[in-house]
Ligand binder design. Structure first.
Ligand code: PMP
Length: 300
């Protein structure tokens, strides 16, 4: 399919969607991005993703050349032009073209790209049997060095963890903080269920504060499960009743094996399965319509 990408105000075919080799996003990973989903013609939690995008940019002193309303509209227009009602959306804002020095003052205008594509999920079978994970030897970058709450173009720390998962032949890698506490996965947040309580790591530990994570915390409360944001260790995971990960791509992914230990009874947990169903239900219901005429609640 000939997908169209937004590049600096123009909608161009995939083959023409290119940026300069002098772009500091390419040279230094200097930039920010988001990963967003559209379900049934509605963009899930678009405002939360825009908040995170603009907050990430603010911390790295990158001024996004589009006001928020125009960015929102450009995202919706890119979806409409591609005719995709279920999609993955990737806005990327880099520092822009400069010279070979890393000084951002050399870059006069940030580059803005919006890519939309169909999404490649974990196979359905992985949700039925559950995901397998290992703990990566590479630790999360400490939040006082480069705060992982900034969703920046520097993903090498996470990519190294992902390589470890690949080498081990499992789907995801759990990453610990420098102090050895459970932080998050290479591209997902992590949760455990113990005695009916739903636990996840608090943002100060240096997680990316996932939009799916926040949605799932809300759903768990609505379903009557106490939620706890707390610091925990691998021991808590190995001995948990259930474990799952959350992310825009993964949604709610049951984890049944961590470092060779089977979690709970080794099958996707009961609360995890309820949360995944509730998440799908919410994604169908909520969201910013791609076509404004499609009022909330109208058939999609
Ligand atoms: N942690 C990391 C490191 C991620 O890259 C992602 C994916 N954006 C997540 C967590 C999950 O965040 P979200 O639910 O917003 O996709």
């Amino acid at each position: 399919m000939g997908l169209v990408t937004y590049v600096d105000g123009r909608y161009v075919p995939k083959e023409e969607a290119v940026v300069s080799v002098f772009d500091h996003g390419f040279l230094y990973g200097d930039g920010v991005f988001e990963g967003i989903r559209a379900y049934h013609g509605r963009v899930f939690r678009l405002e939360e993703h825009l908040d995170r995008l603009y907050e990430s940019a603010k911390t790295i002193m990158l001024e996004i050349p589009l006001p928020r309303a125009e960015m929102r509209e450009a995202i919706l227009e890119t979806l409409r032009r591609n005719g995709l009602r279920d999609a993955y959306i990737r806005p990327v804002i880099s520092r822009g073209v400069g010279d070979l020095g890393l000084d951002p003052r050399k870059c006069s205008r940030p580059t803005v790209v919006i890519i939309v594509d169909t999404i490649q999920l974990y196979p359905k079978e992985a949700y039925q049997r559950g995901l397998r994970t290992i703990t990566a030897t590479v630790r999360k970058v400490r939040p006082d060095m480069l705060n992982p709450r900034v969703k920046s173009l520097n993903y090498l720390n996470n990519i190294l963890a992902r390589i470890e998962a690949n080498q081990a032949g499992v789907e995801e890698a759990i990453m610990l903080t420098a102090d050895g506490y459970v932080c998050e996965c290479s591209a997902d947040n992590i949760f455990i269920v113990r005695g009916g309580e739903v636990w996840t790591a608090p943002p100060f530990l240096g997680i990316l504060q996932g939009v799916t994570r926040d949605a799932v915390l809300g759903l768990a409360r609505e379903l009557g499960f106490p939620t706890v944001e707390r610091v925990f260790t691998l021991h808590d995971i190995y001995t948990a009743d259930e474990c799952f990960l959350t992310g825009t791509g993964a949604e709610v992914g049951p984890v049944v094996e961590v470092d060779g230990r089977s979690i709970g009874d080794g099958r996707p947990g009961r609360i995890t399965t309820r949360l995944l169903a509730a998440f799908h239900e919410m994604a169908r219901r909520e969201g910013t319509p791609m076509y404004p005429a499609e009022a909330r609640g109208a058939p999609a």
